[in-house]
Structures are given as structure tokens and as C-alpha cells.
Unconditional design. Structure first.
Length: 185
């Protein structure tokens, strides 16, 4: 994670450093730098403060409680979307979709004893299957309810978002612009 709005600090636990490949670690570092460059830390700090203040003042009435809950849910949605943005930055740094997906798998709780047999394509297949649940209204409501109080989207959705971003061509366009810029310096 990254902390400190004015002078950001990246924090890694020991297991991340030992369990990720170099490319996967580059994805994680890029992800955290993405939070810094996108100024997510400042917005998170302000959002947390506003939610805490709003909750203490507004929760004393039913209408206040509804407003407070609405603000909290909107803030959580913003935080989940910020994770997608940071994942894009992570992929731009590591430049390896397979490594980005396997890093997400490992962060998502993939068992250590199966790391040698980790298949990013299986995870992406699961992501597509998971997305197909949205065709059914009831399943879509359940998915929404399960994630609405979370700051991070489900790992499988993050993998799918990365895959879609690459497929859209936007990832390649950004890389091409950066390469072109560096060559013309």
C-alpha cells in the first residue's frame, strides 16, 4: 500500500517481496505509483475525513443517515474505480499482461503451493464467466450488494478490466506515445 499524501511512502510486506516474480513486483510498484501520480492519496484522505465528519453529524436522523450512507457508498465506488486506474499504471510499468494477472491472482489469495501451476488464462476465463452473471438481474444485484462496502473490486474483476483495457487498444496507444516521445527527446 501507499501512504502519506505529501511525501508518499510505498509499503511492502516481506511475503510480497519473496513470493512475486520481478515482473509481478514491477506491476505492484507501478500500481502504487499510479495511486501517487493520480493523486488518489489526497482524495482518499479528504473522502475519509468527509465521511467521518458527515457520519458523526448526519447519523442522528433518518434522513441524515441516508445521506451519510449514500456518501459512503459513492466514496467506496470511487475507491474501487481508483484501483482500476492504478492497475492500468501497474501494467504500463511492467508491460506484461501475464505478470499483471498472476500478481493479481497471488494478491487475491491463490494458494502458495499452486504458484508453479498458476495459469493466467484460467483466471481470465473465470473473469469472463463471472461477468456473464450480470446478464441475470438477481445475480447483478447480489454482486453489487457484496462489493458495495469494499474499497477494492474483486480481483477477478480487476483482471478482466486489465484484459479489456488491453483489448481496447488504449494500452498500446499509450505505450506507442511514450516510445515515440522518448525517441524524439
Amino acid at each position: 500500500f501507499t501512504t502519506g499524501a505529501g511525501n508518499p511512502i510505498l509499503v511492502f510486506n516481506n511475503s510480497i517481496l519473496h513470493r512475486l516474480t520481478h515482473e509481478e513486483l514491477m506491476f505492484i510498484i507501478g500500481h502504487e505509483i499510479g495511486h501517487i501520480k493520480s493523486e488518489h492519496l489526497q482524495y482518499q484522505l479528504m473522502g475519509d475525513l468527509l465521511i467521518r465528519l458527515g457520519t458523526s453529524f448526519l447519523d442522528s436522523t433518518v434522513i441524515g443517515s441516508l445521506i451519510s450512507t449514500g456518501l459512503s457508498l459513492a466514496f467506496y465506488e470511487w475507491e474501487r474505480r481508483a484501483e482500476f486506474t492504478a492497475d492500468h499504471a501497474g501494467l504500463l510499468v511492467c508491460q506484461d499482461l501475464h505478470a499483471a494477472i498472476t500478481a493479481l491472482c497471488k494478491l487475491g489469495g491463490y494458494p502458495l503451493e499452486y504458484y508453479d501451476h498458476l495459469d493466467a488464462n484460467d483466471f481470465l476465463d473465470q473473469a469472463q464467466h463471472f461477468n456473464n452473471f450480470d446478464e441475470d438481474f438477481f445475480n447483478k444485484v447480489i454482486k453489487t450488494l457484496l462489493v458495495m462496502n469494499s474499497t477494492h473490486p474483486w480481483t477477478v474483476l480487476r483482471a478482466r478490466e486489465l484484459m479489456l483495457w488491453v483489448q481496447s487498444g488504449e494500452y498500446s496507444r499509450i505505450l506507442f506515445r511514450c516510445t515515440d516521445y522518448l525517441q524524439n527527446m
